[in-house]
Ligand binder design. Sequence first.
Ligand SMILES: NC(=O)c1ccc[n+]([C@@H]2O[C@H](COP(=O)([O-])OP(=O)(O)OC[C@H]3O[C@@H](n4cnc5c(N)ncnc54)[C@H](OP(=O)(O)O)[C@@H]3O)[C@@H](O)[C@H]2O)c1
Length: 338
Amino acid sequence: MKQAVIPRYGSPDVFQIREAPDPTPGAGEVRIRVRAAGVNFADVLSRLGLYPDAPKPPLVVGYEVAGHIDAIGANVTGFAEGDRVVSLTRFGGYSDVVIVPAGQAFHFPTDMSEAEAAAVPVTYLTAALALYRMAALAPGETVLIHNAGGGVGIAATQLARLRRAKVIGTASARKHDALRSFGVEHLIDYTNANVPEEVRQLTRGRGVDVVLDPIGGASFDASYKMLAPLGRMVIFGLSAAATGERRNWWTAFRAWRSSSRIDPLSLINRNRGVFGLNIGHLWEERAQLTPVMEMLLGKLRAGRLRPIVAKTFPLERVAHAHRFIQSRQNIGKVVLTT
Ligand SMILES: NC(=O)c1ccc[n+]([C@@H]2O[C@H](COP(=O)([O-])OP(=O)(O)OC[C@H]3O[C@@H](n4cnc5c(N)ncnc54)[C@H](OP(=O)(O)O)[C@@H]3O)[C@@H](O)[C@H]2O)c1
């Protein structure tokens, strides 16, 4: 098998393509011949050495793949060789072969490409858990989606629209036309605008019912203050920690330090809720994740959700894929192909 390895922390140039013997699936596992692997912002943070969950280098990152099953371990039912499946992977996804527990693999709609399927698990699960489970978004409510042009942002917009909620999105200006066509009603160029002031005007001073904030740093405080009474905020990232191609401890530390410390009394007196979400820490919660994944696949099959792939890169050009994201060019998901 072929893998894109991070041998040491650093710029995108550190990636090396290495070959190794194909692994054999054990009991309860299937082997997937990978055609497409999703790239997530967490992979960028791992490459920089800023992601505490990631194993130490040499490391293969990657949380999700799509392809077909080419070997099946003992005691596996419901799958046959040749089945097209999509799966979460706990690291190791930047590879043309992966082994996963069979319970983690799902058949995906026949009219979807592998690249589209690989764009689904992390983004849509994160967005669905944040909006439907934690924030319990209701029809007619207003949700502020930060980083609306990223993979999670677009998935969240689609899910919010399915709930008939109104979406305000923040993104850099050149993404606005595309995001409007995806259903974001009001767009704010957070690189120039005073976001809280614009949100105040758009909501006539009331604030928003739900905020999704993966930026962190000073953004958490600002988001909290934009909540309407009974508003809910879901925090799920620290993009503010990654400001360049190389790790900058000082920026990362500042982003972490300035992430708000929420005062419990303020939660009570302002009638607000704050949730934290990390799907990487829900690995063992298959009984909770599987129904959400099945709900999402049902909506994809019915054409009610549509993954947006910004660009695909061959596995060998993984450094270009990371640069593409870090230079903020992606509108939607970046996917590696093998
Ligand atoms: N906790 C979880 O379970 C979980 C799961 C998935 C994702 N996340 C988090 O959600 C966030 C979005 O992830 P994603 O995979 O959807 O993102 P993505 O598709 O990689 O999108 C990246 C976009 O983020 C924006 N951005 C904001 N700060 C940035 C920075 N410092 N450097 C580069 N781009 C920056 C840029 O858009 P603009 O041009 O608009 O600035 C960029 O195009 C990340 O913080 C990620 O870690 C968390």
